[in-house]
Ligand binder design. Structure first.
Ligand code: GAL
Length: 674
């Protein structure tokens, strides 16, 4: 559970990971001077410092950390102190190679990477809690320490461990979950291939070898759930040690929220920490990179919309892990940062402060690049720091909830990836981001919410390819419609239940009554198939044979056109809608190309009375709180755009009467006149 510790520093945080252990004293001194010059408010320390802090088992050397914390404190910079457990020291791996994770094919990982530990290993747990205890004891009450940062990107390297220790822990977890082995046999449908278990300790993780081949989807999904849970137990154990020594100081851990599905169930994790923090890096080659930043930020906020979150890591320049690491254009990093702030982040932090000259990430950018502070990258970050200081009044405010929400679920993504499907090459995880992007460009703000979220205030709930759906989620969608709201369900939603078992009787299982339809057959299309709807919308890869019986109450809104290459669906219903009082439940059985999907969604929103309220060519988001409201407008384009809103621009101090011009590539933050 979270504590009462709230991260509320009254200003937008700005800084990054500082790794002074890589540098001599002169550089450390210069770093702190540069941080002050740039207006840094917080630095993350110690993320990968275990081997330095505990050079031998049980012997700690704190001089370097003392020096770093004292330097920062003297400079008025807060410390976000990490537990260094993401990267165990070499001595631990030498003494206990059994803590290294084992891959699906039975290969034990080698020393030399990071996250080289099995989440279920008691040996690792003891060693990790030892160093966490020593650090928290020494620095828990230090006035510079304002935030704790547990580990680093849990699961990014040790998401699943298939070793015998993990296997035994998995058996125990299953026994807790199912109580009786017959319940597990029923849930997983082990009658298929006659794989009935007699006891929980007969179950093994879904290990892979030539002889095993395909695993049971129920087993595969439960192993993913277990793996997320096992990592969380470790994070909770660290959290509790830190909290004991450092009461009142908020504790977080950096997530990797993106297009997903994620390595762990972040919606569940968010409940355990005082603050949601995220790491996000722009993909240089992504034609939709700006939209994907917005999607990731909205999705991060959706984990807990009740409080601001923190962008814990992003890159000041290029990364070094994409195929071609092109740096951002001038101004692009600023717009990325502002996209996160607009969407509820109360801080922008960079990985890392000074670019390493050695080690695995020596070509990853940093705020201070190899070329030094006399560089474009440093100047841009310095300018950003000055602007973030001007945004202090925004800190603590919340993003206005959107009238439209997309439902997402990591377990659903894991279920899709758990075994053979009608189409193997198709990633359904990208659908939610695509819907978000299309609607965003058309001037609609769209929240991204986990299935556990409260949908009480949402007018239109979008359900793109939510493959796994529980009866509870289906029930909350029915409630939305019953209270006059709109629900849009796409193909590949509601196919399996929480046990990864198909809900029989026609897809989409629990939603048939709500939608008034029944899908008889999935019809994935071949690359050279040409299928369209009567409206002209192009079908892109996926169609379904759908029945909309008259007693189901659904009207057919669009049909598969005659004359395409797929006679199975020609002339049959493709898109339906069913009215329930003032509510309406839509179903779209075809995957549509971008223009076709956008046209359908616009039709839905028009019917629901939810007009686009954005401005063409601008990304506009409003944050409000404490009687003040701020409108962020970001222009990713090459021409100026008029924002029809007056007020004071926090970034320039200029007052605008009724409209504000947002320059090409520019950003404004208008405080609304009360
Ligand atoms: C993050 C990680 C950092 C650094 C960064 C490089 O995933 O937390 O330590 O490796 O990527 O982009």
């Amino acid at each position: 559970m979270t504590s009462n510790a709230r991260f509320a520093p009254g200003r937008i945080q700005f800084g990054g990971d500082w790794n002074p252990e890589q540098w001599p004293a002169a550089i450390r001194a210069e770093d702190v001077e540069l941080m002050q010059r740039a207006g840094v408010t917080m630095a993350t320390l110690g993320v990968f410092s275990w081997g330095e802090l505990e050079p031998e088992p049980g012997r700690f050397e704190f001089d370097g950390m003392d020096d770093a914390i004292d330097r920062l404190h003297a400079a008025g910079i807060a410390v976000d102190l990490a537990t260094p457990t993401a990267s165990p020291p070499i001595w631990l791996h030498r003494a206990h190679p059994e803590i290294l994770p084992v891959s699906r094919t039975g290969q034990r990982y080698e020393q030399g990477g990071r996250l080289g530990w099995c989440p279920s290993s008691p040996v690792f747990r003891e060693a990790a809690l030892g160093v966490v205890d020593a650090i928290a004891h020494r620095y828990g009450a230090h006035p510079a320490v304002r935030l704790w940062h547990l580990g680093n990107e849990f699961g990014g390297g040790n998401r699943r461990c298939y070793c015998d220790v993990s296997a035994a822990a998995f058996s125990r977890w299953l026994a807790d979950r199912y109580g009786a082995i017959e319940a597990l046999n029923a849930a997983w449908g082990t009658a298929f291939w006659g794989h009935r278990y007699r006891a929980f300790d007969e179950v093994e993780p879904p290990r892979d070898s030539e002889t095993v081949g395909l695993g049971n989807p129920g087993l595969v999904l439960d192993f993913d759930r277990f793996s997320s849970w096992a990592l969380l137990q470790h994070a909770i154990a660290e959290r509790d040690v830190v909290r004991r020594h450092s009461p009142g100081i908020p504790i977080t851990t950096n997530s990797m929220v993106g297009v997903g599905p994620h390595v762990v169930d972040y919606a569940g994790w968010a409940r355990e920490f005082d603050l949601v923090a995220n790491d996000h890096y722009v993909t240089a080659a992504d034609p939709h990179r700006e939209a994907d930043v917005a999607y990731a930020a909205d999705r991060t906020r959706g984990l807990d919309p009740s409080r601001p979150w923190l962008l814990m890591e992003t890159a000041a320049g290029a990364v070094s892990w994409q195929r071609v690491n092109r740096p951002p254009e001038p101004g692009a990093m600023r717009r990325t940062a502002m996209t996160h702030i607009a969407r509820g982040a109360d801080g922008v932090m960079f990985f890392q402060w000074r670019q390493s000259i050695a080690g695995a990430e020596q070509f990853h950018s940093a705020v201070v690049p190899h070329a030094g502070a006399g560089s474009r990258t440093f100047r841009e970050v310095e300018a950003l720091g000055a602007e973030l200081a001007l945004l202090a009044p925004v800190a603590g405010t919340l993003v206005d909830p959107a009238r439209i929400a997309i439902l997402v679920d990591d377990e659903s993504g894991w279920a899709w990836d758990s075994g053979p499907k009608p189409v193997w090459h198709r990633s359904i995880a990208t659908e939610a981001a695509r819907w978000h992007r299309l609607l965003g460009a058309a001037g609609h703000r769209v929240d991204v919410l986990p299935v556990s979220a409260d949908l009480g205030m949402v007018d239109v709930v979008l359900v793109p390819a939510l493959f796994l759906m529980s009866a509870t989620t289906a029930g909350s969608l029915a409630t939305v419609v019953a209270r006059g709201g709109t629900v849009v369900v796409s193909s590949l939603s509601g196919i399996v239940d929480e046990t990864n078992t198909v809900v029989p009787g026609g897809y989409p299982g629990f939603l048939r009554d709500l939608l008034g339809i029944r899908v008889i057959e999935h019809v994935p299309l071949l690359a050279d198939d040409a299928v369209a709807l009567g409206s002209g919308a192009v079908v892109d890869g996926w169609a379904e044979l759908l029945e909309a019986p008259s007693d189901g109450g659904a009207e057919v809104v669009d049909r598969y056109a005659q004359g395409g290459t797929c006679a199975i669906v020609a002339g049959h219903p493709a898109v339906t809608a069913r009215d329930v009082g003032a509510g309406r439940a839509w179903y779209c059985s075809a995957s549509l190309d971008d223009p076709g999907l956008l046209a359908l969604l616009q039709r839905v929103l028009e019917h629901a009375g939810v007009p686009a309220d954005g401005v063409q060519g601008l990304d506009v988001v409003r944050r409000a709180g404490g009687g003040r409201a701020f409108r962020f407008a970001i222009n990713h384009g090459a021409a100026p755009v008029e924002l029809p809103i007056g007020g004071t621009d926090l970034l320039t101090g200029d007052r605008h009467q009724t409209t504000t011009t947002v320059p090409p590539g520019g950003v404004v933050v208008i405080e609304e006149t009360a």
